[in-house]
Design a protein. Structure first.
Ligand SMILES: [Zn+2]
Ligand SMILES: [Zn+2]
Length: 240
């Protein structure tokens, strides 16, 4: 059972962007604890921030897994100008740190991303994704498209919304077994309510949802909130 969530990012992510990433994760976990203080721990999940890490000895020898940037280089397709997310996530899944200590992973990149495997990505060169996940386990997201958004405040809201959405996926929300108010996209289950777990296909859609959800106070629908709490309760029971 995963005991913590690892937070990492690529070299080109700015400190402002990585601050939003880290703050959004802790605010979401804090928000859940405050809503259900009798059911959850504070925080309900351990967060370990590794950032843009490097292991100098491995880097000097150019060995695999030498640092956060290695995953990017090993999954970047020059011709498409994008990181191939399925390749990237497979490298994360097989990393030695995952074997040593099973954990959840959230990763932010500054390169453009596609959720298609390489052959399909070649056929659809205009297609991009803002982020993609292996539900219940890991997610990779990119600030690349978000940097085109007009206005600093809006860029921040959009990035926070992207992070919340993928933290939801990593935890496994909406539950795979949920029968109503959902739509499926590949391995991901999405919510169809007014909720952070709606899928944003484009940066324009992300901005629209981020605006709408800001007015909600708590950005998850009732159903997803219940799912989140039950997952976190289950995770914390498995540690004790
Ligand atoms: Zn999604
Ligand atoms: Zn929902």
């Amino acid at each position: 059972m995963p005991k913590f969530i690892s937070v990492t990012w690529s070299e080109g992510v700015t400190s402002q962007e990585s601050d939003i990433l880290v703050q959004t994760i802790s605010q979401m976990l804090k928000g859940l604890f405050l809503r259900y203080p009798s059911a959850l721990w504070d925080p309900p999940l351990q967060v370990r921030v590794f950032g843009n890490w490097v292991i100098p000895a491995l880097a000097a020898a150019r060995k695999p897994y030498w640092g956060a940037q290695w995953y990017v280089e090993a999954s970047y397709n020059r011709e498409l100008g994008r990181v191939i997310a399925p390749t990237f996530l497979e490298l994360v899944r097989r990393e030695p740190w995952q074997q040593a200590e099973p954990h959840l992973d959230i990763i932010l990149l500054d390169q453009d991303l596609t959720d298609f495997p390489t052959p399909l990505a070649r056929l659809r060169p205009e297609h991009y994704t803002l982020g993609t996940s292996l539900p219940g386990s890991m997610a990779v997201m990119s600030v690349y498209r978000l940097r085109q958004i007009q206005g600093e405040k809006m860029r921040e809201l959009a990035l926070a919304r992207l992070v919340r959405h993928h933290l939801g996926h990593i935890l496994g929300v909406p539950l795979f077994t949920r029968k109503d108010e959902i739509s499926r996209l590949g391995l991901e289950t999405h919510c169809t309510n007014r909720c952070t777990m709606r899928h944003a296909h484009t940066v324009e859609e992300l901005v629209e949802y981020a605006r709408e959800e800001t007015e909600m106070g708590w950005p998850f629908c009732e159903h997803c909130t219940r799912d989140l709490v039950s997952i976190l309760v289950r995770l914390s029971h498995s540690w004790s």
